[in-house]
Ligand binder design. Structure first.
Ligand SMILES: [Zn+2]
Length: 265
């Protein structure tokens, strides 16, 4: 074999191994670095400062949720697999969880594990606050109804100090209400069983009910606390919509709350 041919062959081999290695790497979970913060175990393949303020927010969220809902904290690890970018995250998810809808982040729970998958992008802070909230909640409360679970996660994904106020949800619901395309119906939300049944409007309405009960200043936090305590003790809870109706709280109250917070920006 002449010398040039050998060189080309060697280069092809090196290139092939290089590509093979790169593809293999993208299909694995991040795991070169590990940061442990209370319950959180964060796995990354990139340099994430150990005192990054987002990590401080996530550990603070644990106490915030426990305080707001009168819940104990758990020491069960929540493993967060934090991909460096959207490409590596989507490639991993396409191979390992091909049936999952195309989303920026996921929370996964099994009998023995609590896991979050996400990537470092523009909305990573809100994504992690949301998914890690699921982790903190599921560590201490079993069988959370889907609307309740998502409503709480949407509330707690808002940075601390904003009282769970979500401007995008307010604007979406106000617009649909005005055009007669939506009105609150908690009993309908309670009938939803699976995450893929939840539309964007359902997420927003779930958030609205939680925000109304936790933030209207009329002592209704007790209804939410009672739900999580029933679930925690019995694995099931009485219908919250039924309890609210018994206490004279209807869809009209949720509408008035939406209008009130919409007017107080
Ligand atoms: Zn969620």
């Amino acid at each position: 074999m002449n010398r040039n041919l050998v060189l080309i062959f060697t280069l092809i081999l090196i290139t092939s191994f290089g590509c093979f290695h790169a593809v293999q790497k993208k299909l694995e979970l991040p795991g070169q670095d590990r940061i442990v913060l209370d319950q959180l175990v964060i796995h990354t393949d990139f340099a994430l400062p150990r005192k990054h303020r987002l990590l401080g927010e996530l550990t603070g969220l644990r106490k915030n949720i426990a305080n707001q809902l009168d819940l104990p904290t758990s020491d069960e690890p929540i493993n967060i697999y934090l991909f460096e970018n959207a490409d590596s995250y989507h490639q991993y998810m396409a191979i390992h969880h091909p049936h999952f809808p195309n989303r920026r982040a996921f929370f996964l729970k099994s009998d023995t594990t609590l896991e979050v998958y996400a990537y470092w992008g523009e909305r990573i802070a809100e994504d992690l606050r949301h998914e890690v909230s699921h982790g903190y909640l599921h560590a201490v409360v079993p069988n959370l109804p889907i609307w309740f679970d998502e409503g709480l996660a949407e509330y707690f994904e808002v940075p601390i100090g904003f009282h769970g106020r979500s401007q995008p949800h307010i604007e979406l619901l106000a617009k649909l209400l005005k055009t007669g395309q939506w009105k609150p119906d908690l009993a309908r939300l309670e009938d939803l069983r699976y995450a893929d049944e939840m539309s964007q409007v359902d997420y927003a309405e779930s958030w609205l009910w939680i925000h109304y009960l936790l933030e209207n200043g009329k002592g209704m936090r007790a209804f939410v606390v009672d739900q999580v305590h029933q679930l925690r003790e019995n694995g099931e809870a009485k219908s919250l919509s039924g309890t609210l109706v018994e206490n004279g709280i209807t869809s009209q109250n949720a509408i008035e709350h939406l209008q009130h917070i919409g007017n107080n920006q």
